[in-house]
Design a protein around this ligand. Structure first.
Ligand SMILES: Cc1cc2nc3c(=O)[nH]c(=O)nc-3n(C[C@H](O)[C@H](O)[C@H](O)COP(=O)(O)OP(=O)(O)OC[C@H]3O[C@@H](n4cnc5c(N)ncnc54)[C@H](O)[C@@H]3O)c2cc1C
Length: 393
């Protein structure tokens, strides 16, 4: 059977502007973010001071059009930004991708003019850190079965339920929430909302206990009869899945780009170490088995990057739905990030488990990218269904 995506190849050359964006963002990330990441992790402190540096570089609105205060140029540039920031820090990259893909993506795709005017400039200016509240204690993959309910009441919507694993929630000025207006209708009851959580009573944010990414301050969010505004609905009640679908499509692209950045970082750490560390009178990088790992890391990173760049090119060429390519990019890039972290740790030997080196921290951070925006199992299933003709774009 023909792989349907073979019909949709593109070339991957970057423009001069895109190369310049890569150079400046990398320089900024290495100078302004990287030196501080370990300290925030050790102190389990949210990196607000690092995030505050992003708007001046135009890094909080790369998917937001200029008319709403953003810096949108093209999707590929957005991918390059996500890749370069993720190369130095998971959390700061997550701030950018949650804001631009999930939240701004949903508002731009399905929001009202009023929602666009009200929220997008604040996102781009860094005044509204965004959180996406999707996952529940009962599960994150089977979103059609969500327990959180939204009931229409006089002047608003009453929300009841709990969301878990919510990145940035304690610092957020904008929540993207999905809740069901009719649980018997499964995914056809799911509705998308956007609102400022700081203005809502009956909403409680607690810390979610994590073994990794302590600097993200992941939260569980309890909605206890919380009343959110009537005009918080994005699109129409019961039409939250299409809103989510288009937001996740770009979301998967940005997470895949972040995975490429993490995979690259593992290689950038392991290669020089292999040429410094000695054993049996040689650099360990001269041993074939270590060279094998380095070669695998190079190829994995580049394969993942090609899938991500092709997806970016397709989006810039105006392809509306690229679900197959999004799944392939997300699956392969997240697996590349995990395997590069594992191989990188092997190159560092026992030192990979010490505080002195970054590589050990990267393993759990990379693994977490295999869950968000669709787990590997979900993407394997989608890819197989496309290849078998069970599913169409
Ligand atoms: C660091 C981090 C940050 C996160 N940030 C956010 C956030 O900001 N907002 C948010 O809403 N969520 C967030 N999440 C949650 C994440 O999106 C979920 O973990 C993910 O959706 C999976 O849900 P789950 O963990 O409940 O796993 P489950 O849905 O319980 O799945 C468990 C396992 O079963 C597999 N599985 C499920 N169904 C099938 C099937 N039909 N066939 C085969 N296998 C299946 C899954 O692939 C997985 O391997 C974050 C997670 C992490 C780790």
């Amino acid at each position: 059977m023909t792989n349907p995506s073979l019909e949709r190849m593109a070339d991957f050359d970057l423009t001069d502007e895109q190369r310049e964006v890569r150079r400046t963002v990398r320089e900024f990330a290495e100078k302004e973010i990287l030196p501080h990441v370990e300290r925030y992790e050790e102190e389990a402190r949210y990196p607000l001071e690092l995030i505050e540096k992003l708007p001046a570089m135009g890094l909080l609105g790369p998917m937001i059009p200029e008319e709403y205060g953003g810096t949108f140029s093209d999707v590929m540039t957005y991918g390059i930004i996500c890749e370069e920031i993720a190369r130095v820090d998971w959390v700061v990259a997550s701030v950018i991708s949650v804001a631009n893909s999930l939240v701004a993506g949903a508002i731009l795709g399905s929001g009202s003019d009023e929602q666009k005017q009200r929220f997008l400039p604040g996102i781009a200016a860094g005044e509204l850190i965004c959180s996406a509240c999707l996952t529940e204690p009962g599960g994150g993959t089977d979103l059609g079965n969500m327990q959180t309910t939204a009931t229409k009441v006089e002047g608003g919507w009453k929300i009841d339920g709990t969301k878990v694993f919510i990145s940035h929630a304690a610092h957020a000025g904008l929540f993207f929430l999905v809740a069901s207006v009719d649980r018997s209708k499964k995914h056809k009851g799911v509705t998308a909302f956007v609102f400022d959580p700081r203005e809502v009573e009956g909403l409680h944010i607690g810390r979610f206990p994590m073994r990794t990414l302590k600097r993200d301050n992941l939260a569980e969010v309890h909605f206890d009869g919380a009343i959110i505004p009537e005009d918080a609905v994005i699109g129409e009640p019961g039409r939250g899945f299409p809103v989510l679908g288009s937001a996740l499509d770009t979301g998967r692209f940005s997470v895949a780009a972040r995975c490429v950045g993490q995979a690259q970082r593992c290689l950038d750490l392991a290669a020089p170490y292999a040429m410094e560390r000695e054993a049996f009178g040689s650099k360990i990088g001269e041993f074939q088995m270590i060279q094998q790992k380095i070669a695998d890391m190079v190829c994995r990173t580049e394969q993942a990057r090609l899938l991500v760049y092709r997806l970016g090119r397709m989006k810039d060429a105006g392809v509306q739905r690229a679900s197959l390519e999004s799944s392939m990019a997300k699956l392969c890039a997240s697996q590349a990030a995990v395997q590069n972290a594992l191989d990188g740790m092997q190159v560092f030997g026992g030192y990979s488990c010490t505080q002195e080196y970054e590589i050990g921290r990267l393993l759990l951070e990379a693994k977490s990218l295999e869950f968000g925006e669709g787990t590997s199992e979900l993407h394997n299933r989608l890819i197989a269904e496309f290849a078998l003709g069970i599913r169409k774009q």
